[in-house]
Write a protein that binds this ligand. Sequence first.
Ligand SMILES: Cc1cc2nc3c(=O)[nH]c(=O)nc-3n(C[C@H](O)[C@H](O)[C@H](O)COP(=O)(O)OP(=O)(O)OC[C@H]3O[C@@H](n4cnc5c(N)ncnc54)[C@H](O)[C@@H]3O)c2cc1C
Length: 243
Amino acid sequence: MAQATLKVILLNHTKSPEETIAHAAKLCYSPASIEQLKGTVEKSDNEKFVARLLQLGHLSPLEHAIFTFGIEGVSRACSHQLVRHRIASYSQQSQRYVGERRKKEHETFDFVVPPSIEASGKREWFVDKMREIQDWYDELVEVLGDSGEKSNEDARFILPNAAETKIIVTMNVRELIHFFSVRCCERAQWEIRALATEMLRLTRAVLPSVFFKSGPNCVKGACTEGKMTCGHIEEVRERFRNL
Ligand SMILES: Cc1cc2nc3c(=O)[nH]c(=O)nc-3n(C[C@H](O)[C@H](O)[C@H](O)COP(=O)(O)OP(=O)(O)OC[C@H]3O[C@@H](n4cnc5c(N)ncnc54)[C@H](O)[C@@H]3O)c2cc1C
């Protein structure tokens, strides 16, 4: 049995993201050459300038700075929600090229156990079902001819949403702000919320001038969820203030 837990690594990001954003924005307003402007931007207080851009809602310069994350220990249910965000690049471990056949007795593919199932006392029952699915998967691979990707590609149809996946994602800063606003919200599903919150923690450490007020919409102003509001806005604000 192999229960997976969330792991997020910030693999890479634009060098000097504030400078890159400020350079792009100032170009819009300046008669100077790009080279001249670069010199000015390098010596400027870009933190204040970038904060002002956010206030003005001039957000396209934020698209020039990108962050790349390595994500492990999430379920296919979670990755399916993640890849709905279209302004991003993804590379995901393939269930065709990487088979899930049992290598040792009693072993299973890696999977995520939802906290609600742990809390309900049904964890062992759930793990048993994963073992059963592993048996079915192995049986299918045998039936389909055990020829690597050819059998994997159809045997995977028996795998559950709980199956663990690994994915590398790159998003620009503007898309990250949007992603955090919908996926850090209490209304988002618990797993993608945990993932988005960890991504926010990592990006805020690099670019606080942009991400200090990022998170669900209620962190910046009123709750936008109407009747669906979680109803504990102050608690949520406090959590994101102290991330
Ligand atoms: C709480 C919650 C519940 C959800 N429930 C469901 C559900 O039941 N069923 C379901 O199918 N999905 C559901 N979703 C997914 C949701 O509908 C979006 O597909 C997902 O959140 C991606 O966000 P997005 O479309 O805003 O933006 P992204 O793809 O991240 O794009 C960012 C922004 O770019 C703009 N944009 C991108 N592409 C286009 C385009 N083609 N045309 C115009 N503007 C564009 C939009 O302004 C968009 O907001 C849910 C999401 C959340 C947070």
